[in-house]
Design a protein around this ligand. Structure first.
Ligand code: HEM
Length: 181
């Protein structure tokens, strides 16, 4: 994945556990890099290793780390210069959900090796209840998606969102139900 993702994981660890915490996570993951380059594509294995060692260091499960990371990512991306993109593609929560593919496509123009996930609002039950299809080429990242959706909802003042995985399509893709009042 692009270095931007690993940079954000690094910052999440530093925010919670300081530079020492990052050294421990980095050493456990047997990484030499102290930081990552934004526009370099790194092997996905590095990201998975970082999640695994962050889980060992904090005692949280890998799924909990991924969820936390998803929540952290929205604020991180906003501060890292992508706020205009979030605003452009997300005038409100529903449009933001509907535009996630377009937003990543836009990123893809600057990041040619990008392999983004695909999202689809597969069912609109009411104005405040949707089913969302998440399709990825990577395994096991759905807990990150629930964190992302929760943080995204918060951007629009929605604090009572319930996110439930209702169907696994395979190890990489699934369907969520999101509901708020
Ligand atoms: C402006 C904000 C955002 C930027 C700049 C951004 C950019 C990226 C980048 C660079 C990657 C790594 C993909 C690769 O290197 O191949 C990625 C992955 C991902 N993005 Fe975004 N993204 C943003 C917002 C979001 C939002 C709001 C969601 C979902 C609600 C989302 C869902 C994901 C997921 C789940 C992945 C992991 C890869 C996978 O599932 O296969 N992103 N994004």
């Amino acid at each position: 994945m692009y270095g931007l993702i690993n940079m954000a994981i690094r910052q999440l660890v530093i925010d919670g556990h300081g530079a020492e915490g990052w050294q421990t996570v980095k050493n456990k993951a047997s990484l030499n890099e102290d930081n990552f380059e934004l526009l370099t594509v790194y092997d996905d294995a590095i990201t998975y290793k970082l999640v695994k060692s962050a889980s060992e260091v904090t005692g949280k499960t890998a799924d909990e780390i991924l969820h936390l990371f998803g929540m952290y990512w929205v604020g991180y991306a906003s501060k890292a210069g992508y706020e205009p993109l979030l605003k452009l593609f997300g005038p409100n929560f529903k449009e933001c959900l509907a535009n996630l593919n377009r937003m990543h496509e836009h990123m893809g123009a600057m990041m040619p090796g990008l392999i983004p996930p695909e999202f689809e609002i597969s069912k609109e039950v009411t104005d405040t209840e949707f089913e969302i299809l998440y399709k990825s080429q990577r395994l096991g990242l759905s807990p990150m998606v629930s964190g992302l959706l929760e943080a995204l909802a918060q951007r629009y003042g929605i604090s009572d969102i319930k996110i439930e995985k209702i169907q696994d399509l395979d190890e990489a893709s699934c369907r969520f139900k999101v509901k708020w009042s």
